[in-house]
Write a protein that binds this ligand. Sequence first.
Ligand code: E4P
Length: 217
Amino acid sequence: MLFFVDTALLSEIQEAASLGILDGVTTNPSLMAKAGVKDFDAHYRAIAQLTSGPVSAEVISTTYADMIAEARHLHSLAPNIVVKIPFTPDGVKALHTLKEENIPTNCTLIFSPLQALIAAKAGATYVSPFIGRLDDVGHEGMELIRQIRQIFDNYGFETKILAASIRHPLHVLQAALEGADIATMPFSVLKQLFQHPLTDKGLAQFLADYEKLHGRS
Ligand code: E4P
């Protein structure tokens, strides 16, 4: 499973990359706003230099023609930029055109398996089912991952399942068990994946036992 970090903060991306297990980055307009970004182009270029993996940059346009123009521009900023397109009829049409132009896409705001099927038929490189936001409204987000996995396997779609809107480590575990190709998570969740009290306790014991024999180094 690939790990992406879901943030626009350069410090977090840099720290995540230094761990050696970062495969890519996803952003959205809300994350860019939260990071206080004014110059989006410069910021996407900066992010794209911090990782060799894909960096999702979302279009602001809502019509087909404007989405295509914006997607071409975003992808021209850096070769690893993937254009995030919202799931709308114009968006789906844009996915199809961008596939023909070899511009990688991430179809976002996926809340149903049929939306994912349509995005895959249109040639999306990635689909982003939003697990946490479904859980928030009383639907089991993980069921969506399960159904998309089954549909893509039934028909041999190569579109990658990018589990998004992840809120805690259990989401990452369940997405991995359900066969999501990628999990994109806040940096706080990535850090949580490293934590286990028994690891800390075990290490403290090993060091204490060493010190009993050799003293503090
Ligand atoms: C990722 O691509 C999505 O934009 C993101 O995971 C949404 O997460 P949220 O529901 O926590 O805003």
